[in-house]
Design a protein around this ligand. Structure first.
Ligand code: CA
Length: 241
């Protein structure tokens, strides 16, 4: 009996801990806090324990703790996919990050768009040359897979911390983008046969997906991908810094 009570309280403690942090839950596919402070490997704090390989960039103060900053140099964070991976998200997805953008993309390579999170031919979130969130999913579609993209309304500011998020739900067929947790734009899709997201074995990247193009200039922190369309995000109060 004592043993059962002990385990029960352990479970309760673990649960409360999870609720308190509210960051890595059963829907979290990958979560990078970037608290390594040095080196070329970053570790995902979700149960999946992905590893990211960093090129270019430097360690700086982030929205919370440390983060990675890139200027015009090449580089990104690359996470390997493998066969049947949790990164293969089909039904519902949330991509979110804290960003501190230092200049807008020009629309021309290598600054065509400022990519933040990308899985080529599956899903992405970025800032477009219109200075808004630009995100999308590649859907199984009708005759063949096709991209569906959404562009936000509100300008993403320069030189201040901003939380950006994109959610997609294949059942409600809704795609939404959020700035600092507030809905910026929503679209209900129609006209496709299959609304599920295409999966593949391409790696996941943070910042430029090729390493050289679609460069984001600024700081990226607290990156989370979830396999649910969230309504609440990793918003961090200034007091939590
Ligand atoms: Ca951090």
């Amino acid at each position: 009996m004592k043993k059962i009570l002990f385990f029960n309280s352990l479970i309760l403690f673990a649960f409360l801990n999870l609720v308190e942090k509210g960051v890595s839950d059963e829907w979290t596919v990958i979560l990078f806090h970037f608290e390594e402070e040095e080196g070329k490997i970053v570790r995902d704090s979700s149960a999946n324990k992905f590893k990211g390989e960093v090129t270019g960039g430097k360690w700086v103060e982030g929205k919370k703790g440390k983060a990675l900053e890139w200027s015009e140099e090449n580089g990104n964070i690359r996470v390997k996919d493998f066969g049947d991976s949790p990164l293969d998200i089909t039904d519902e997805i949330t991509l979110e990050a804290w960003i501190y953008l230092k200049s807008y993309p020009t629309g021309e390579k290598p600054f065509s768009i400022a990519n933040v999170i990308t899985k080529v031919d599956s899903y992405f979130i970025s800032i477009s040359k219109k200075k808004v969130i630009y995100a999308g999913v590649k859907l199984l579609g009708s005759e063949r897979p096709m991209w569906w993209v959404i562009e936000g309304n509100r300008t993403v500011p320069l030189n201040q911390w901003t939380h950006i998020a994109f959610t997609y739900d294949s059942k409600s067929r809704e795609g939404k983008v959020y700035i600092n947790g507030e809905l910026d734009k929503e679209v209900t899709l129609k006209g496709y046969k299959d609304y599920k997201i295409q999966t593949n074995d391409n790696h996941l990247t943070i910042r430029s997906y090729s390493g050289a193009d679609e460069k984001f200039i600024g700081i990226i922190d607290e990156v989370r991908i979830s396999n649910i369309a969230r309504r609440e995000f990793l918003l961090i109060n200034n007091s939590e810094k």
